[in-house]
Design a protein around this ligand. Structure first.
Ligand SMILES: Cc1cc2nc3c(=O)[nH]c(=O)nc-3n(C[C@H](O)[C@H](O)[C@H](O)COP(=O)(O)OP(=O)(O)OC[C@H]3O[C@@H](n4cnc5c(N)ncnc54)[C@H](O)[C@@H]3O)c2cc1C
Length: 412
């Protein structure tokens, strides 16, 4: 470290909070300031589409850090203030409340924001889901006599659909692609998830576009390309998220589908790092391909790695991408990157659970995806992650029924 101004972390979400804790755990002795534009303690987002919506009692903020931990670790948390500008040459950060804060090193963990529906009318019945306020607003509208429309058959839309249906609401999912989960999820898994929703009474409409929306403070009327005129009490829009890059872009930091960082999570400007949903990074397991992940584990792992590098290490980010989603009593998990054109080998695990192994042209295992009730697929996905990390080229027959653990020593 050059001076004593310390580290400032912009964005008090999963990644920023994890980075702040890790810095102290690594023995960092100077000031750590965590700045967030939300008014809360840092909190987890995965429960927002699941437990918070399902909880019939009054749910609490799923906080990641408490005030006592912040005090114990001497982390200054400034909440309800946004960082508006970076003076990279003077090493200062300007806050919305007028403060200018000096830093030695800066970490940007600004996350992502839901993609907005163009030309949608203003209505409190058209909702997005990213913050705890969004989740509470949606929760208050989910009742058994309500019709919940969900625009977008991605993870967030489908989790909301499952939660709303589990609370007894009538639910319709509208997806413009010919199937749900088109991005990064293989077709057999999307089919299993569609069947799961249909079994539970969700209407899933694919290949259907929205022709028009009219809304007031009580209902949303949607004209669909299949001729249906749908009336919903609430419409949840889950059509993807965009990285929050505005602060970085204003400072002249390179942007490439997110704040562009190198394998050590350094941006194009000296002493400024970025991590989590907001950044894109090259991944050595996938030929250095630049990825941007919106996944809880990635936010955690990159926060930890950024903290190590802010403290003087020069570690490169190599973690196998991992994502999970809970819908009804099923869990879907993906380790690695699912690409078109891979050889796919299926392993059945009973009770309808299965895993797909994805092998590249050299027969290297590059991804494993699976779905099943409870934690039926968890162990095999965990083992697959280890095999992917070790760049294993497994015998194909072994993938269908051998104990995956037995494939590990070959890789060691
Ligand atoms: C509803 C929902 C369900 C999810 N479920 C899953 C799941 O089941 N499995 C999974 O793997 N992942 C899931 N995710 C994704 C996971 O939660 C995210 O990948 C993770 O939260 C990313 O953490 P982050 O810290 O990078 O960004 P965020 O959590 O978005 O935190 C960024 C913070 O920075 C703040 N900020 C931005 N700009 C500024 C600024 N200029 N000044 C001050 N503050 C700023 C933002 O307001 C925000 O508080 C889910 C996400 C959502 C929204």
């Amino acid at each position: 470290m050059s001076g004593n101004a310390g580290v400032i972390i912009v964005g008090a979400g999963e990644c920023g909070a994890r980075a702040a804790l890790s810095l102290r755990e690594n023995g960092y002795r100077h000031a750590i300031t965590l700045i967030g534009d939300e008014v809360h303690l840092p909190y987890e987002r995965p429960p927002l589409s699941k437990q918070i919506l399902l909880d019939v009692t009054e749910p609490k903020l799923p906080a990641v850090l408490s005030d006592s931990v912040l005090a114990k670790y001497a982390i200054q948390h400034i909440c309800g203030a946004s960082a508006d500008a970076i003076d990279a040459s003077g090493k200062q950060l300007m806050l919305s409340d007028g403060r200018a804060m000096p830093y030695d090193k800066l970490l940007l963990t600004t996350g992502a924001t839901p993609r907005r529906l163009p030309n949608a009318p203003a209505s409190s019945r058209i909702l997005y889901l990213r913050t705890i306020e969004d989740a509470f607003a949606l929760r208050s509208l989910i009742r058994a006599d309500m019709h919940v429309g969900v625009l977008g058959g991605g993870f967030i839309g489908l989790e909301v659909a499952a939660s709303a249906r589990s609370r007894g609401a009538k639910v319709t999912v509208i997806e413009f692609q010919e199937r749900i989960l088109k991005r990064g999820v293989p077709e057999p898994i999307a089919e299993a998830i569609t069947a799961l929703h249909q079994r539970n009474g969700v209407t899933v409409k694919c290949g259907v576009t929205v022709l028009g929306i009219e809304a007031n403070e009580w209902r949303v009327d949607i004209s669909l390309s299949d001729g249906d005129e749908m009336s919903a009490d609430v419409l949840v829009v889950g059509i993807g998220a965009q990285p929050r890059t505005e602060l970085a872009a204003q400072a002249g930091i390179a942007i490439d589908n997110g704040i562009a960082v190198n394998e050590c999570l350094e941006t194009s400007v000296t002493d400024i790092y970025a991590a989590g949903d907001c950044c894109s990074f090259p991944h050595p397991l996938y030929g250095g391909r630049r990825l941007r992940l919106e996944a809880w584990r990635n936010a955690q792992d990159q926060g930890i790695l950024a903290a190590a590098n802010l403290s003087g290490a020069a570690q490169s980010y190599q973690a196998v991408p991992y994502f999970w989603s809970d819908q009804f009593d099923h869990t879907l998990q993906i380790a690695g990157l699912v690409d078109e054109g891979c050889l796919v080998v299926r392993r059945d695990l009973g009770d309808g659970a299965f895993i797909l192994f994805h092998l590249d042209d050299d027969r290297r295992l590059v991804a494993a995806s699976g779905v099943g009730p409870g934690n039926k697929i968890a162990k095999d996905i965990k083992l697959s992650e280890l095999l992917i990390a070790r760049r294993v080229t497994p015998p194909i027959e072994a993938l269908t029924d051998a104990n995956l653990k037995s494939l590990l020593p070959r890789a060691a």
